[in-house]
Design a protein around this ligand. Sequence first.
Ligand code: ADP
Ligand code: ADP
Length: 223
Amino acid sequence: MSLEVQNLYKQYGEQWAVNDVSFTVGEGEIVGFLGPNGAGKSTTMKIATCYLPPTAGTVRINGLDVLEHPLRVRQQLGYLPEHNPLYLDMYVHEYLRFIGSVHKLSGKRLKQRVGEVVALCGLEREQNKKIQALSKGYRQRVGLAQALVHDPSVLILDEPTTGLDPNQIEEIRGVIRSISARKTVVFSTHIMQEVQALCQRVVIINRGRVVADSPVSRLQQQP
Ligand code: ADP
Ligand code: ADP
């Protein structure tokens, strides 16, 4: 279980949004990808999840090159985009079944996985509600649940707590912590406290470049 980003570049017009980014997230690690708005976090994550082709460089998920094996990569990868499109008119269980079927789950296995992610994300009481009836915090739990429904080994979360209130943030963190024991997790954020609350290691990106890759404890010792 691993995510390897190697000498990644992405150019938009004249601008290098990602400019020689390399880092690795190993088995069972939860790593924060920290940087200000516009640093290149979303672009890196979209490339890692096969939504955007890089200008140059490689990303490997569990050793598989995302450009060469997009379908196999997506089976092993869970992704919560920053602006996750939820189908507001769907019921929670219906939406999760739909996403599961997109991942080719069916029958008993689909039912079992939907039940597992509903429990994991604390959605038991919400599963029979329409998504539009849910608070922002619960919608984000649904977002996490859809990222997990096919039981991926690597999980990529883009700003998973942005826009939530402190209680909702703590709840989402709780879900992420409970998942992270068994999965490789990388999540992006522009908030240092977010990294401190969840991670042992942080990769800091600024203007498309990695400016630090270090244990969180070492970072905290600096003034
Ligand atoms: P972050 O996620 O860290 O906020 P992004 O990866 O979204 O950063 O953006 C990095 C830079 O690339 C920003 O300057 C942003 O404006 C630019 N950018 C992102 N997407 C596009 C796009 N589709 N076209 C042109 N520029 C883009
Ligand atoms: P995200 O952080 O998820 O990329 P944004 O709100 O930054 O979301 O961007 C919304 C969409 O616009 C994305 O598809 C992004 O790639 C694109 N985008 C972002 N910045 C620019 C830009 N400077 N020029 C053109 N498109 C952009």
